[in-house]
Design a protein around this ligand. Structure first.
Ligand code: GLN
Length: 538
């Protein structure tokens, strides 16, 4: 049986449970162990697919088409282990499964209750789809003490009781503040948080203390004493200079060592930290920077385009250049402001998006980038808007648009059956999840000798999708005659997946989301190439 590591958080939210879990996973993986990462989210949405980025940051998409919490993005970026649908669960999903079963009479007349029915379903999820993994790291969203997270905490308590301490380890992440006025580090919030955890039956085995500065031995001893944890298992995590330093920092604090010791295991090989050291050095020492503009509805929200921001940084690492993101809010973007806003910009990126608000500004910005030969990358909605722009201004189809935004437009972008009467709409993998989108990994074939073919160095690629609307393939010849070629197509030639402009240094649109597959240790070729072109632009 796999060993289970449960990660809870206390005192405050946003302490970096995801990053801690991902770093630990990397350390265990690089010592020869097979690891899987999971996230349990205590909200009532069945999945975050329907949540606005204003509420919950980016929606991450897995290979198998699940719309998940953005922490799964951290997990993938740090471990390079592809997440699956079965790696993210929410309270909403658990309840809807239980209620569905109840409606079918699946509980044989019993009263259906949080304990045992909800907790049993959570425990089933924890074990589901695990084969030969050595470790399963399960992060519990929220903060201990929240009403919402109680059933999850209760379920992991039961799980540990059923499977024994040799198979389960509890890590609790807390905040240890430094009070300037008294020049002191305070351990009391940690003590209270552990007390809260104990009151629901869980004694942590390891405490990770997030702190702005190193915690003196005396204070660590205090935490050890009051929280009933061996001193070596009080691990500090001081704010790192870049997130890529986190695995190094946890290694130095011996987190992985203590975890292996707990399970009476030895490393199978020495962990390899040199890639992280190398990129930390690049990130901290790079002097040259370029401005990349990103125009979207949620640009001012920190986590709304998390994977995208990361992928751009990765592209910068590959080119030894710092990326200075110029975030432009699309909502009030006026046509006459575009020239000024894009004045000192080396590249323009229009990300994925939904709905009409702010689209005309994006279209005008794309026109400006096309005409002024500024490197342009359009992702999903960004590619669709590039098609609309080109259709209006070069094909002279004045009413060209997307039916998502205007039912009466000339559909250069539309649902497949709106432009192809025999076309079948491809839906997400799980209809019950409200998945009406094309979700997850799809193949595209690339045209020989196209820019995209040179960038990927391959004729076939697989990338992750999340959209309903598609480029109208009936207009392919018209676009290509004017120099915008459809250089990537679905294998059956029906759906345009990639567009590129021929008479332009770098102008590419993709129907998928390459950012989900970019890794700090393996920057995505599309982002590396986009940043390289932008670096050469200015
Ligand atoms: N709104 C567009 C669609 O559904 C694009 C989605 C996206 O950018 N992810 O097709």
């Amino acid at each position: 049986m796999a060993r289970y590591i449960f990660v809870t958080g206390g005192v405050v939210s946003s302490l970096g449970k995801g990053l801690s879990s991902a770093s630990l996973a990397y350390l265990l993986k690089s010592q020869g162990y097979k690891v899987r990462l999971r996230k349990m989210d205590p909200y009532l949405n069945v999945d975050p697919g329907t949540m606005s980025p204003f509420q919950h940051g980016e929606v991450f998409v897995t290979d198998d088409g699940a719309e998940t919490d953005l922490d799964l993005g951290h997990y993938e970026r740090f471990t390079n282990i592809s997440s699956k649908q079965s790696d993210n669960i929410t309270t909403g999903r658990i309840y809807s499964d239980v209620i569905k079963k109840e409606r079918k009479g699946g509980y044989l007349g019993k009263t259906v209750q949080v304990i045992p029915h909800i907790t049993n379903r959570i425990k089933e999820f924890i074990k589901k789809d695990i084969t030969n993994e050595d470790f399963v790291i399960c992060e519990i969203g929220g903060t201990v003490g929240d009403i919402e997270s109680l059933p999850f905490v209760e379920a992991i308590r039961q799980f540990s009781n059923e499977h024994g301490k040799s198979k389960t380890l509890f890590i609790h992440l807390t905040f240890v503040p430094f009070l300037k006025s008294s020049d002191e580090i305070k351990t009391k919030p940690t003590q209270h948080s552990v007390k809260e955890l104990r009151s629901i039956g869980i004694q942590p085995d390891i405490i990770i203390c997030r702190s702005q500065q190193s915690i003196p031995l005396d204070q660590r001893k205090k935490i050890s004493l009051f929280c009933n944890v061996p001193i070596d298992n009080v691990i500090e995590t001081v704010d790192v200079r870049t997130i890529y330093e986190a695995p190094i920092s946890f290694y130095n604090q011996k987190l992985d060592k203590q975890v292996l010791k707990f399970f009476k295991l030895k490393p199978k090989k020495r962990p390899n930290l040199s890639p992280w050291k190398k990129i930390t050095k690049v990130v901290l020492n790079t002097k040259k920077s370029i401005n990349i503009a990103i125009i979207g509805k949620y640009v001012n929200l920190k986590d709304a385009y998390k994977s995208l921001d990361e992928a751009l940084v990765h592209g910068g690492i590959a080119n030894n250049v710092k990326i200075n993101l110029v975030r432009i809010e699309s909502d009030n973007l006026k046509n006459n402001e575009i020239k000024l806003k894009l004045k000192n910009v080396s590249g323009l990126l229009i990300p994925g998006g939904f709905g009409k608000r702010g689209t005309e500004g994006k279209i005008s910005a794309i026109k400006y980038a096309r005409e002024n030969k500024i490197p342009f990358l359009g992702i999903c909605f960004g590619m669709q808007m590039a098609i609309v722009e080109f259709a209006r201004n070069k094909l002279k189809i004045k009413k060209a648009g997307s039916t998502e935004l205007d039912r009466n437009c000339y559909p250069v972008i539309g649902l497949i059956n709106e432009w192809d009467k025999d076309g079948k709409i491809i839906k997400g993998t799980d209809q019950d999840l409200g998945g009406t989108m094309r979700l997850g990994l799809y193949e595209a074939k690339l045209r020989n000798n196209s820019a995209i073919n040179r960038i990927y160095k391959s004729n076939f690629i697989k990338e992750r999708h999340r959209h309903r609307y598609e480029v109208n393939n009936k207009l392919k010849d018209q676009f290509e005659n004017k120099g915008l070629i459809f250089s990537g197509m679905s294998p059956d030639n029906k759906l345009p997946e990639i567009i590129e402009l021929q008479d332009h240094p770098w102008f590419i649109g993709v129907q998928f989301h390459p950012e989900f597959k970019s890794r700090p240790l393996a920057p995505h070729p599309l982002f590396s190439s986009f940043i390289k072109a932008s670096k050469n632009h200015k």
